[in-house]
Design a protein around this ligand. Structure first.
Ligand code: ZN
Ligand code: ZN
Length: 292
């Protein structure tokens, strides 16, 4: 007699939802209450704020350039060591491994606004912003991860995701500790570790929520994606989301020279240094091309 694995899978799913709720509840509570309270009592130093800004930029670009444009959309190629650097930076953002992030994101493009879209904006702001993380809906169809699993650097980052993420919290603690002892370490950890993680999480979440609910649609009305220059300011250029959904493989999200898109500037600079090549730009064949 073959025992059914369905109850075991249901239990695993429920356990995973509880862990996610606990983890994100802890991060949100610490960031919204603990970080300001600690600042009120002890104050934050110039080093804490510098580390906050630096790590916001590094981890934000790890997501936008690394997880998004490089891994999910193959909008350019680069040496493995550059790829590994971006995936470590992206891992510090607590947005799961590039393998899981990329598979979810490719699914989002393939099934936008439908039941299979993890961030389905038709279900409202909360669900598309972060409610989807706490949903017990999990997808068994692994085809969206298949292409990513062929990449050894992606699989390496997936295997070591937990220590990579933790190192992003240990780093500000060590820097602060070396500067001002234990209180300095905790101080830098609170602002540049916990506060920064919460800030980057929410700026990324805005792309799935705000950029599917409010903004203009100058390029296509095929789905709910919208352009929002305001979100681009927070997300290194990812706010030009209507353009991105229309020309998914383009290494630029803001194609015009005056569009605020630091991610495209970083990729272009890397290409000038010989550290990135095969930069893809929009053409008819690229429009809504498959990412599988
Ligand atoms: Zn989208
Ligand atoms: Zn995308």
């Amino acid at each position: 007699m073959i025992a059914s694995t369905a109850p075991a899978n249901d239990l695993k799913r429920t356990y995973s939802v509880y862990v996610t709720v606990l983890l994100f509840g802890l991060i949100a509570t610490s960031a919204l209450i603990g970080v300001p309270l600690f600042g009120y009592v002890y104050g934050y130093t110039w080093l804490d704020w510098t580390m906050f800004v630096l790590l916001y930029i590094i981890t934000g670009l790890g997501i936008t350039v690394g997880y998004h444009r490089m891994i999910s959309h193959r909008s350019f190629n680069c040496p493995d060591w550059v790829k590994a650097g971006f995936l470590i930076a992206g891992g510090w953002a607590l947005q799961n491994s590039a393998l899981k992030w990329g598979a979810d994101h490719i699914r989002h493009h393939a099934a936008c606004d439908q039941d299979a879209d993890p961030y389905n904006a038709k279900l409202g702001f909360w669900h598309s912003h972060c409610g989807w993380l706490f949903s017990d809906q999990r997808y068994s169809d692994g085809k969206y991860a298949t292409r990513l699993q062929q990449d050894p650097v992606v699989m390496w980052q997936h295997r070591y995701y937990t220590p990579i993420f933790l190192s992003g919290l240990v780093l500000p603690f060590v820097v602060g500790f070396l500067y001002a002892g234990l209180v300095g370490g905790v101080s830098c950890f609170m602002l540049a570790g916990v506060g920064r993680t919460f800030a980057v999480l929410n700026s990324t979440f805005c792309i799935n929520s705000v950029c599917h609910l409010w903004g203009s649609q100058p390029h296509s009305h095929a789905d709910s994606s919208r352009d929002s220059w305001l979100v681009s300011l927070l997300t290194f250029g990812e706010g030009y989301h209507n353009y991105h959904h229309t020309y998914q493989s383009d290494y630029r999200n803001g194609p015009l020279w005056y569009n605020f898109d630091p991610s495209k500037w970083v990729i272009f600079m890397l290409s000038l240094l010989g550290l990135a090549w095969s930069l893809r730009t929009a053409n008819a064949a690229d429009s809504r091309s498959s990412n599988l």
